[in-house]
Design a protein around this ligand. Structure first.
Ligand code: HEM
Length: 121
C-alpha cells in the first residue's frame, strides 16, 4: 500500500480514537445514561482507532524506511499508544470528574503530533 494510504489511515485512527474517548467522557461528565448502544459505540470506535493507529503507524515507518533502525521517538509514540489504550478505563471510572479530563488527552495528542511531524530524536 502507498505511503498516502497509511497516512490517511493514521488520521482516521486519530479521529476514531478521540470519538470514542470524548463520547464516553461527555456521557460520564454530563451524567447521561450509558445505554449498551452508546457504550458499544464509544468502546468500538476507541478500539478500532487504536488498531488503525498501530497498523498505519508501522505502515508509515515501513514507507519511511524506519523499520531496520527504529528512531527513539517511535518508542515514545508506542508509550503514547498504550496511554491512549488505558485511559478509557480511567474515563469510564472517573469521567464524572468532568471535562478537565479532556485536557491531558489533548496535551498528549499534541506531543504525539509533535513527534510525528518533527521526528526529533
Ligand atoms: C504505535 C504507535 C504509533 C506509531 C508507530 C506511529 C508512527 C508515526 C509515523 C512514522 C509518523 C510520521 C508520518 C510522516 O512523516 O508522514 C507519524 C505521524 C503522526 N502520528 Fe503517529 N504513530 C503512532 C501512534 C500515534 C498516536 C497514538 C497518535 C495520536 C493519537 C499519533 C499521531 C500522529 C500525528 C498527528 C502524526 C503527524 C501526521 C502528519 O504528518 O500528517 N500517532 N506517526
Amino acid at each position: 500500500m502507498p505511503y498516502e494510504f497509511y497516512k490517511i489511515a493514521h488520521l482516521i485512527g486519530i479521529v476514531l480514537l478521540f470519538t470514542g474517548l470524548v463520547s464516553l467522557l461527555t456521557m460520564k461528565a454530563l451524567n447521561i445514561e450509558l445505554t449498551p448502544k452508546a457504550k458499544k459505540f464509544a468502546f468500538i470506535t476507541h478500539g478500532i482507532g487504536l488498531l488503525f493507529l498501530l497498523v498505519s503507524g508501522f505502515g508509515l515507518m515501513a514507507r519511511l524506511q524506519m523499520v531496520r533502525e527504529m528512531p527513539n521517538w517511535i518508542y515514545v509514540k508506542l508509550g503514547i499508544w498504550f496511554y491512549f489504550g488505558g485511559i478509557i478505563a480511567l474515563i469510564k471510572r472517573k469521567g464524572h470528574f468532568g471535562f478537565k479530563l479532556f485536557w491531558p488527552l489533548l496535551l498528549v495528542f499534541a506531543f504525539a503530533a509533535y513527534l510525528g511531524v518533527t521526528k526529533p530524536f
